[in-house]
Write a protein that binds this ligand. Structure first.
Ligand code: ACM
Length: 554
């Protein structure tokens, strides 16, 4: 079996076919056992659950290294997320640098077993026998941060959808789920101290249907939120899959849902914040947080609860798209600028972000924010950011480049390539087409490290993430359509070794996608078919905002 026939995605570093005449290792319910070496028990549990569901394999306990046994083992000499998978001599062995590496190796094994390994129940009878090709795989990720951002604020994704996405991330060897939990249009995480954040901020009366210029409304109320136990469950489910959940609490812009719940958080000396509801349309919102002590204490208290729930190092505090008009008009904001000796409103935002960067640093965590967090910081050391802060570069590569040069870590997510709300084909029947065309091939060609980076700057690139903004994605199926198949190409861009540019072979990748579409079908993912949307995937009559021409790369 050639690698193309197997269709491993993301492509491993090295696949060696052992003994072309070898019939491979039979896998069946009667004979195949599973042996979990120390530290791999969690992976064994997942593998048993997965292959038990899809293939009806009970995988009883076996002895490490035995015939007809899948052995899982940790070898600290391998890189942490690296693994070696060997199929030979009636044995399967997966050795990982850590349990995470073993899990990624197990995902490769699952792909080798065929699309039925991605189903929820066996469809071919439990006594079907399968044969794995004799081969050796050596693999490990190119980047440590391989992420997907889900905007669960614009349209709430009930937690069963989040679990499904965690499964999908794990199947693609992705390891960061960034949840955009708060925005103008909704607050999606229970905060015990401030119940109105979800009571009031957790739903909106109606929703603009399509781009903000569209005349249409969905008159149904929209809402939902995760309780703290839901969040604990999501974080634990992710941890079993070696995925870190990064929460985002977006401040000081994109915060109208919080202001609707607690009007004192807004610029009360400029507008009547008590009259604001949760926003029902899209775009950049002038109603931003006031830079007062009340606001700082409020969000420190919110973050105290967030830190209890999310054990990961990074906490995303947004920082994007904060219009400064209200701060310009606000006597309180102007007094704050004077008292702090700042030059202008941009420096005020930089101060605001720095406050939370230090606050998180004091608690052993690190701030990450969108690249606007560098604005207003140019006259200060380290671009005005607190030590340890990191930048998610979305307006092209420029923010990430500036951040890396200022000594900060960077996650690349340029909207020119990895914003999955953008349409994936120029055709007129793309549902609610937004922005530029970013095809599967465009995403496949995404390169997280700009070519002009020095080695030291490249070291600052923790990795990359694809971002799924959900203004025009009302449910899981719409999210699936925008996210797949492009997430498969993204997974390869962040996992697989970088081939020289002239050898990045989209046709070869697309050949492997044939096997991958069968996996996505087995998983029930409503991806965009290569030939275009199915009739029910179209949204005729709902206005988008297509932009013509190639996207500018900044
Ligand atoms: C963003 O797309 N506003 C980060």
């Amino acid at each position: 079996m050639t690698d193309t026939a197997v269709g491993l995605i993301p492509a491993p570093r090295r696949v060696e076919k052992l003994r072309p005449d070898d019939a491979g290792v039979p896998i069946d319910a009667q004979h195949t056992a599973l042996a979990a070496g120390p530290g791999t028990e969690g992976v064994a549990r997942l593998l048993r659950a997965t292959l038990g569901q899809g293939l009806g394999l009970p995988l009883p306990d076996g002895e490490v290294g035995d015939r007809d046994t899948i052995t899982l083992r940790i070898d600290g000499a391998l890189e942490p997320e690296g693994y070696r998978l060997t199929v030979a001599d009636h044995r399967v062995e997966i050795v990982g640098g850590t349990a995470a590496g073993v899990l990624w190796g197990a995902q490769t094994l699952r792909q080798l077993l065929g699309p039925d390994a991605f189903r929820r129940a066996p469809v071919r009878g439990a006594d079907t026998s399968r044969s794995l090709p004799a081969l050796a795989v050596e693999d490990g990720p190119r980047f440590a941060w391989r992420g997907l951002m889900l905007d669960v604020a614009r349209h709430f994704m009930p937690k069963d959808g989040v679990f499904a996405y965690l499964d999908l991330l794990a199947a693609h060897k992705l390891n960061v789920l960034h949840l955009h939990l708060t925005d103008d249009q909704g607050w999606r995480i229970e905060i015990r101290r401030y119940p109105r954040l979800t009571e009031t901020g957790g739903w909106r009366e109606r929703t603009k249907l399509g781009h903000r210029a569209s005349p249409l409304w969905d008159e149904r109320p929209h809402g939902g939120y995760y309780t703290q136990d839901d969040i604990r469950e999501i974080v634990a489910y992710a941890a079993e899959r070696h995925i870190t959940v990064v929460p985002e609490i977006d401040i000081p812009g994109h915060a109208q849902a919080a202001i609707a719940a607690y009007p004192e958080l807004g610029n009360t000396d400029v507008i009547d914040t008590a009259s604001l509801g949760v926003w029902t349309t899209w775009g950049i919102n002038p109603n931003v947080l006031s830079p007062t002590d009340t606001t700082l204490r409020f969000f420190e208290n919110v973050l105290e609860e967030v830190l209890e729930l999310f054990p990961g190092t990074f906490v995303h505090i947004g920082g994007d798209e904060c219009p400064k008009e209200q701060w310009k008009a606000s006597p309180a904001a102007q007094e704050r600028i004077r008292a702090l000796g700042l030059a202008d409103e941009d420096e005020l935002q930089s101060w605001f972000i720095r406050h939370f960067g230090r606050w998180l640093g004091d608690r052993g965590r690190r701030l990450i924010g969108w690249d606007e967090i560098l604005e207003g910081g140019s006259s200060r050391p380290a671009g005005g950011l607190a030590p340890g802060s990191a930048v998610a570069s979305w307006r092209g590569y420029a923010g990430g480049t500036a951040a890396a040069r200022a000594g900060h870590d960077v996650v690349m997510c340029p909207e020119q390539q990895v914003y999955f709300d953008h349409r994936q084909d120029p055709g007129a029947d793309e549902p609610v087409p937004i922005g530029y065309v970013r095809t599967l091939e465009d995403v496949y060609r995404f390169e997280p490290v700009p070519p002009e980076f020095t080695d030291a700057e490249a070291e600052r690139v923790l990795g990359a993430q694809a971002n799924v903004w959900t203004e025009v994605m009302e449910d899981r199926r719409r999210v699936d359509y925008q996210t797949f198949p492009r997430l498969a190409a993204f997974a390869e861009a962040v996992w697989s070794p970088l081939p020289p540019p002239s050898t990045r072979d989209f046709a070869e990748f697309n050949g492997r996608m044939e096997a991958h579409y069968a996996r996505l079908d087995a998983l029930g993912v409503s991806y965009r078919p290569p030939a275009g949307p199915r009739p029910w995937q179209r949204r005729p009559g709902i206005l988008g905002r297509p932009i013509e021409g190639p996207p500018p790369i900044v």
